[in-house]
Design a protein around this ligand. Sequence first.
Ligand SMILES: NC(=O)c1ccc[n+]([C@@H]2O[C@H](COP(=O)([O-])OP(=O)(O)OC[C@H]3O[C@@H](n4cnc5c(N)ncnc54)[C@H](O)[C@@H]3O)[C@@H](O)[C@H]2O)c1
Length: 250
Amino acid sequence: MRLEGRTAMVTGGASGIGAATARRLAAEGARVVVADVDEAGAREVAGELDGEAVAMDVLDLDSVSAGARAAEAAVGPLDVLVNNAGGGDRGVGWFVHIAPEDWEFQLRLNLHGVLAVTQQVVGGMRERRRGAIVNVASEAGRGGSEMNVPYSAAKAGVIGFTKAVAREFARYGVRCNAVAPGPIETPLLDALTRGGEAGDRLRQGMIAATRMGRAGTADEVAAVIAFLASDDSSFVTGETIGVSGGLTMM
Ligand SMILES: NC(=O)c1ccc[n+]([C@@H]2O[C@H](COP(=O)([O-])OP(=O)(O)OC[C@H]3O[C@@H](n4cnc5c(N)ncnc54)[C@H](O)[C@@H]3O)[C@@H](O)[C@H]2O)c1
């Protein structure tokens, strides 16, 4: 078991990729904290894997700081942080029609949220001289996604952030990597379809653009996150690994 004796926190762990990741890290031996704004969902997933649940809204700095402290009180200092909370179906459509409050929301959820949680956790990792951070970006942040401009901008920010953190903390034994999922069958992908014609076009276009011609599963993303969280990737930092059936191959 690659993560025996390790502790891990997964943000947005109540659903989709985050829930699959929480399950996978627990199956590999980690004590897992499921952190989510959806407290009931977090408790449900944590209950399945003998883990802990904390309430955390990544849009709110006080909530992030309280959630991070609660996580460490529950399982001890964190060895692994998975910044997965994100998504959101706001800001989908032609960019000229997107309301500023919607693109601001996308940047706050998908980019600021990652900085906020990382800042609360990475200091302790630096002191202990060990840690692995895995950020859930998106192929939209590498190739750019038409009809999803604010989200693409935020996820590109996450990729840049991943590299900068990797550079700054490598000397302290802390690694930071990202995954860039393509279309993955989760409630987020379903929500895009509910976004009407623009969402439907986005979803179909993403699936058609994968070389494998299908959406992936949350378990397929969780497997790569587990690799990046484990010592199997001990000489890998600052990288973004596509989990997208060959969508961009960057
Ligand atoms: N599904 C895809 O096709 C896809 C593709 C590329 C990237 N991603 C990324 O993967 C990550 C997970 O997405 P998913 O598809 O599993 O979506 P999902 O909607 O199934 O899960 C998202 C989780 O994040 C939580 N969350 C939302 N806002 C939050 C907040 N403010 N604070 C804390 N938690 C919050 C939700 O409660 C939910 O549990 C996101 O960062 C998303 O951008 C998904």
